[in-house]
Write a protein of this length. Structure first.
Length: 181
């Protein structure tokens, strides 16, 4: 069954089709949730809740993006909602104090730094930087999308990502200098 037919069957509440779609995407969505949730149980819960919401709102899927991208956004939103519920509030910056942030694509980090070291460094960032940086660098969202997901402005997204990348870079330089763990 091709994906379009599978999605149409899911819209008709076909449980077998829903199971097939779940089996196709559950592992990837679990790892998306795990990047936010820090433990397997919470990641599983966020992923499951994301699927429930996706199946409930499948009528809103227009096909403008791939189903996987649409589902990924739901799982990320569900993960962030769960974190917010635990009082890990994301701090929006005061728009009046935000200086214009230029895109900083200059990464002076050694080529020997691994993706796992980058992920570990992101996990150590303060909460207000961690999620915008993760959405930008790991998930590939732009500032408009991040602003919608985190309910902040695009200017705040740019600022948080810029500052978070600086802190991330500082931490990763320790690996370059041989003092990283």
């Amino acid at each position: 069954m091709i994906q379009h037919q599978l999605i149409e069957a899911c819209r008709r509440n076909d449980r077998k089709a829903q199971l097939k779609l779940y089996e196709k995407y559950s592992q990837g969505m679990y790892y998306v949730a795990l990047r936010f949730m820090k433990n397997e149980h919470d990641a599983e819960e966020a992923m499951q809740e994301g699927f429930i919401q996706a199946f409930t709102k499948l009528h809103q899927f227009t096909g403008e993006v791939t189903f996987g991208a649409w589902l990924k956004r739901i799982v990320i939103n569900k993960s962030i909602d769960m974190l917010k519920a635990r009082k890990l509030d994301l701090v929006a910056l005061d728009e009046h104090r935000v200086a214009k942030v230029e895109e900083d694509n200059n990464w002076d980090v050694a080529d020997s730094v691994t993706i796992n070291q980058v992920k570990e460094a992101i996990a150590k960032l303060p909460e207000r930087y961690k999620y915008p940086v993760m959405l930008f660098l790991i998930e590939g969202y732009d500032h408009e999308e991040i602003s919608e997901i985190l309910n902040i402005t695009a200017v705040s997204s740019r600022t948080l990502v810029h500052r978070g990348k600086r802190k991330l870079q500082e931490h990763l330089k320790a690996y370059y200098n041989g003092t990283g763990s």
